[in-house]
Structure formats: structure tokens, C-alpha cells
Design a protein. Structure first.
Length: 226
């Protein structure tokens, strides 16, 4: 996992504990791309991982301007060959405002490659600015079921000093683990590194003093706070 490799490169021991496993809908991606659009938008690198599975099929789309939340997601787009990639340092609402500002005079037909479960901020903000948005749900997340013994092995038997949380769903799922009811005290010294304030808001109040939040939703910037 790339995130774990970055953390290990800094001299820390990285423990991978995914709470969800992504699945991709390639048919939905193909259908969406076949309809007219002149701007692409993504708020997560997972949408681009789905996109990348289309292989050579994406070549005719690499000249389409692509707007992404965060430098890490933008980097994924460039790695796929996209020539014009714009990264914003905010959530979906900031991304939508950026698109609206750039296309205020000529307008744009926006294709949003998204998750099945998502924040409405991007679509709502784009609509407020008078832009049409077609949303393609190209990926989703299935929860991974860990036994209590596995949870204790990962989080209690070998206590973690820092836990990185990259989505609001991850935050909710993490703090709903049975291990928090059984061994809550052993996690009192853990710092919770959250990619955004929106994610940090999902951390229970009793752990609020242990939250470290990135100023922008960028993985590298969050890791730099370690």
C-alpha cells in the first residue's frame, strides 16, 4: 500500500488495517464516458483507479480537463496520462467553485466520477452556480469484517501511536469497532490523523484532543504532520 510505504520511508513502522475494500463498476464508467462532456471531476483517487482499469480505452479522454481534490488525486490523473489536471486544496464544494469560476463565461458539461456513497457538496455547489453535472457512480466500498481477536491484535496487543483516517466512513467504522468497547483505555494515547475537518468531526468527542487535522485534503501533507 502506497501510504504505508511513505510512512515506512520516514522510519516509522506502518501497520495496514483497511476497514473497507473497494469495488469498481467498469460498465458504469464506460457508459458515462460515452456521453458528451467537456470536463471531468473526481474527489477521490479511487475513481481514477477504476478509470485506469479501462486501459487503452481512456486514451481518447486524456485531453479532457480533469479537476481533482488534492495533489495526490491529481498525481494519479497525471500518471494515467491526463494532460490538463487542476488540483484544489479543499473538499467537493471548493472543487465545484473552481470549475464554475473557470467556465463562468462559456459554461461546461461536467462528468463527475464518484462513489456510490458520497457527500452532496460537489453536486449541490455546482448546481448553485448554474452548471449541469452528470454523476457516474463508478466505485463503492464493502466493509471488511474483523474478529474481536484480530482487532485486539492490531490495535491493543501492539498499541499504535498514530492512526490515519482518510474518509468520514472510515472514521465512523473505526470508532464503531468492538475493540473500542472492550479496550477503550488502551487507545487513549493514540493520535488520530484526519485528512480534513469534515472527517475529524466524525471522531468521538472524547478523542477530540487527540485529533491532528491536515489544512488541505492531501495525503502527503497529512503524513508530513507525523
Amino acid at each position: 500500500m502506497a501510504t504505508a510505504e511513505k510512512i515506512a520511508a520516514l522510519g516509522h513502522e506502518a501497520v495496514v488495517f483497511p476497514l473497507f475494500e473497494p469495488f469498481h463498476d467498469l460498465a458504469a464508467a464506460r457508459d458515462a464516458l460515452s456521453a458528451p462532456h467537456n470536463v471531468l471531476a473526481v474527489t477521490s483517487a479511487e475513481a481514477l483507479r477504476c478509470f485506469g482499469k479501462l486501459g487503452a480505452e481512456i486514451e481518447r479522454h486524456i485531453d479532457t480537463p480533469l479537476f481533482a481534490v488534492g495533489k495526490t488525486t491529481a498525481r494519479h490523473a497525471r500518471d494515467l496520462g491526463f494532460k490538463m489536471v487542476v488540483a484544489t486544496q479543499g473538499g467537493g464544494a471548493v472543487l465545484a467553485a473552481e470549475i464554475a469560476g473557470r467556465y463562468a463565461t462559456q459554461g461546461a458539461s461536467v462528468l463527475y466520477l464518484s462513489a456510490i456513497n458520497r457527500s452532496p457538496d460537489f453536486e449541490a455547489t455546482l448546481q448553485e452556480h448554474g452548471f449541469a453535472c452528470r454523476t457516474a457512480e463508478v466505485y463503492g466500498m464493502d466493509a471488511i469484517d474483523y474478529s474481536l481477536a484480530d482487532q485486539q491484535k492490531m490495535l491493543v496487543n501492539h498499541p499504535v501511536d498514530a492512526a490515519f483516517i482518510f474518509s468520514k466512513d472510515n472514521a465512523r467504522a473505526f470508532f464503531e469497532l468492538e475493540v473500542f468497547r472492550q479496550s477503550r483505555e488502551s487507545l487513549k494515547k493514540t493520535l488520530f490523523f484526519c485528512l480534513s475537518r469534515n472527517i475529524a468531526a466524525a471522531v468521538p468527542e472524547e478523542f477530540a484532543g487527540s485529533v491532528v487535522t491536515s489544512l488541505s485534503p492531501d495525503e502527503d501533507e497529512l503524513i508530513d504532520l507525523l
